[in-house]
Design a protein around this ligand. Sequence first.
Ligand SMILES: *[C@@H]1O[C@H](CO)[C@@H](O)[C@H](O)[C@H]1NC(C)=O
Ligand SMILES: *[C@@H]1O[C@H](CO)[C@@H](O)[C@H](O)[C@H]1NC(C)=O
Ligand SMILES: *[C@@H]1O[C@H](CO)[C@@H](O)[C@H](O)[C@H]1NC(C)=O
Ligand SMILES: *[C@@H]1O[C@H](CO)[C@@H](O)[C@H](O)[C@H]1NC(C)=O
Ligand SMILES: [Zn+2]
Length: 470
Amino acid sequence: MTTFEDISKEIDANTDLFIGRLREAVEIPSVSADVAHRKEVVRMINWTRSLMEQLGVLCELKPNGTQTLHDGTELELPPILFGQLGNDPNKKTLLVYGHLDVQPAEKSDGWNTEPFQLVEKDGKLFGRGSTDDKGPVLAWINAIETMQKLNVTIPVNLKFVFEGMEESGSEGLDECLKANRDFLKGVDFTCISDNYWLGRTKPCLTYGLRGVSYYTVEVSGVAQDLHSGVYGGTIYEPMNDLVWIMSQLTELDGKIKIPGLDKLVAPVTEEEKKNYEGIDFNHEEFRNDVKAHKLTRDTKHEVLMNRWRFPALSLHGIEGAFSGPGAKTVIPSKVIGKFSIRTVPNMEPKDVDVLVLKYLNDLWQQRGSPNKFRPIALQGGRCWVANHDHPNFEAGKRAIKKVFGVDPDLTREGGSIPVTLTFQELTGQNVMLLPIGSCNDMAHSQNEKIDVINYINGTKVLAAYLLELA
Ligand SMILES: *[C@@H]1O[C@H](CO)[C@@H](O)[C@H](O)[C@H]1NC(C)=O
Ligand SMILES: *[C@@H]1O[C@H](CO)[C@@H](O)[C@H](O)[C@H]1NC(C)=O
Ligand SMILES: *[C@@H]1O[C@H](CO)[C@@H](O)[C@H](O)[C@H]1NC(C)=O
Ligand SMILES: *[C@@H]1O[C@H](CO)[C@@H](O)[C@H](O)[C@H]1NC(C)=O
Ligand SMILES: [Zn+2]
């Protein structure tokens, strides 16, 4: 009888093989944002496909469609890799999502090593895609391979969706999934490993993400930019109007001044508060990491709630404003202010838009400027929250306990992973985010890495999770 202990030992024994596999993957520069690298994305998908076929996964490349580039030319999107392992009607079915494309990277960006070579140093594996998301995708493959090697029956059917455009907004994915609804039929759970631990040492499971609603506010006054020495004092200046409007959106501590917005936010329950108290997080370290002088809240649970649980409004910039060094005495003729709101349950984007646009228009009335004013709500992304008392999360908690000996923290994130909501809506079933990388892996940044212990222990957690799901 093979025990989890045996699986764990076998995974340890294959550490070099698994690192070698990640090395091959990192060496394929599958940068989706760069048209010149499109072939590498397809190569990465093909490479993964052949690895999966060796495990007996039935693979299919789903066509893609095309992407319209800025210059109007059409470029084929990389195909999406669908896979299926097991089709036993008596078993539950797990859907696994991951992505095989990466962010751009050049050594000259400030990398200490070649980004598309895997370099092992002090227990860390440096290379673009090591943690986002090639390491986690390979951890699934490693886990399945190990179980098969030991003749351990995988107690669930598996379906896979691995895409190559995630870092470019998952272009084409929603359409492809909708066109292949049949493939998603019968899925009981979804698991996505494409985010990070809250800290460096304690594993977590993630059950919520904030959404985002983005706005632009355009103020225009005169036909062209003017000299302030000649025109200053004679005209109503668009930038003065815009800066005044933008200053009316939040209080000093970030509290949003848009009337009615707080009424959309789901009330915090006592139960929930308790969960926040137990989370392993030091807000003083969090403050110090970014060298902030002071945070807007001074207790752990309030800081976490402001990151994950409450909306936040940020100003991002002003298009048309002078921003170079030196003293330029221009009066911009037209300026566009940009801001966004990170949204939480139960803030529906359309309700948020109504309140925001009404407030902006009211402010404009109050301002009484003769200039032209045009507020616009750009497309918003919805937030996501899953029930973490669900068997999917229970299996994840037991798997982490088995490998690390601790109960994972239940976390949310302040940012967005739009596919999460897509899978929840298309399958109608629970989705869980199970990160294996650490908070300091530098995804999207220079010197991206995954720690060997995260990669190997992550492989163990995924094997344990497959066993626990049944
Ligand atoms: C990927 O695989 C497809 C289908 O087998 C093949 O037609 C294509 O040439 C391969 N592309 C690359 C870049 O390897
Ligand atoms: C999508 O990708 C496949 C495999 O690379 C390719 O054969 C096909 O022509 C592409 N486009 C469409 C629209 O299917
Ligand atoms: C698994 O099963 C195969 C075929 O029945 C057998 O040859 C192999 O020795 C078994 N491996 C283990 C680790 O039990
Ligand atoms: C796995 O995690 C445990 C507990 O944190 C740690 O002691 C161990 O070194 C890790 N092992 C491997 C092989 O990653
Ligand atoms: Zn990712």
